[in-house]
Design a protein around this ligand. Structure first.
Ligand code: B12
Ligand code: SF4
Ligand code: SF4
Length: 276
């Protein structure tokens, strides 16, 4: 019964144009599966677990939508700014509709917003949301944490945004693939304009991040309609999307010669629709 519900749900996601879906029983927050790619010294505090937020929850379903790489290539730009908002809106809407679908099937369910903060000013004081989708996607077997502190997936590397649904249906968890996808190339850290990511390999994994440097940059960019920054997810070599969009060679970001046509296009986009 529960299995067939999972099958029907996945079919519905396919029809709604959602390429990534993962299932994590809530007990994975309490007992993280040993086959996960990383074990963390510091784990998610209990009040952030799904069963603490919605005590009836049995399974967390995570959905992911891709960040289209050639648009991200122009970032920071109005083009990525618009894409970011489009994906955010779609994630919220799709999760809301899917949770209603499960409720109608007899399993009361609720959606979560893809972010859950009022404004970047709030994050400058406390850079936390009441529920972490990155950790939910990790526990649903969708990928591994990268040096850049976000989830890398085989399909899109870090270029994917998530949201989650809490459902009272007990659905089988997806297998944990267990692969650590990060190559430790450190392109993300070396490209960060505000040094928010560690640049020395011997530091702990995942390395500590200067979240305030990143949040402050986002705040400044927002005033020019250029937020978010996105550079550390743009330059990452991981992800099948690089093959799909013919962007496997990441020197496109670091060398102008041989790639003039791309650099010209990015400069053009950056000239319009935002403040200098
Ligand atoms: C706050 C926030 C930010 C802040 C702070 C950054 C951060 N990484 O926490 C700012 C504004 C800087 C930011 C920037 C970006 N973000 Co952001 N952000 C969030 C938000 C709203 C909450 C994150 C959160 O609470 N995480 C929990 C913290 C504490 O996780 P952590 O630091 O890794 O925790 C570790 C330890 O500290 C310990 N721990 C200790 N205490 C606690 C407490 C809790 C609650 C947990 C869970 C763990 C924990 O456990 C962990 C062990 O590794 C989420 C949306 C959401 N609701 O999930 C998006 C989210 C994480 N962001 C996302 C993205 C894509 C970005 C940007 C790329 C946006 C951009 N610029 O284009 C940048 C990337 C910056 C970077 N390299 O991390 C995506 C990530 C998708 C993915 N593929 O993983 C998310 C999930 C949004 C979404 N809906 O998809 N973000
Ligand atoms: S989003 Fe930009 S500022 Fe933030 S960590 Fe990534 S590269 Fe650095
Ligand atoms: S850019 Fe390199 S070091 Fe950074 S997350 Fe991607 S693979 Fe890992």
């Amino acid at each position: 019964m529960a299995e067939s519900l999972k099958g029907k749900f996945k079919k519905k996601c396919q029809e709604m144009g959602i390429p990534l879906v993962g299932f994590a029983p809530v007990d994975r927050w309490e007992n993280p599966p040993p086959e996960l790619p990383h074990q963390f010294e510091e784990w998610i505090p209990e009040e952030f677990w799904p069963q603490s937020i919605y005590p009836e929850a049995k399974t967390v379903i995570v959905i992911g939508l891709p960040v289209q790489l050639p648009i991200l290539d122009t970032a920071p730009s109005i083009y990525y700014h618009e894409l970011y908002h489009t994906i955010n809106r779609l994630l919220d809407e799709k999760a809301y509709l899917l949770s209603n679908y499960l409720t109608r099937e007899g399993y009361p369910s609720i959606y979560l917003p893809r972010d859950g903060y009022g404004d970047i000013e709030v994050l400058l004081k406390k850079p936390l949301a009441f529920f972490s989708h990155k950790h939910a996607a990790y526990l649903a077997g969708l990928g591994s944490i990268g040096w850049n502190n976000v989830l890398l997936t085989p399909e899109y590397g870090p270029r994917v945004r998530f949201t989650s649904i809490f459902t009272t249906a007990s659905l089988e968890g997806d297998p944990i693939r267990g692969n650590d996808l990060c190559t430790r190339c450190l392109s993300c850290a070396k490209s960060c304009p505000v040094h928010a990511l560690a640049t020395k390999k011997e530091e702990n994994f995942p390395p500590p991040m200067e979240k305030m440097n990143c949040a402050n940059r986002s705040r400044k960019l927002r005033k020019k309609y250029l937020s978010p920054c996105g550079i550390c997810i743009k330059v990452c070599p991981v992800g099948e999307d690089r093959v799909v969009f013919d962007r496997e060679d990441t020197s496109i970001y670091f060398q102008e010669e041989n790639f003039e046509k791309y650099h010209r296009a990015w400069e053009h986009v950056r000239k319009y629709g935002s403040k200098k």
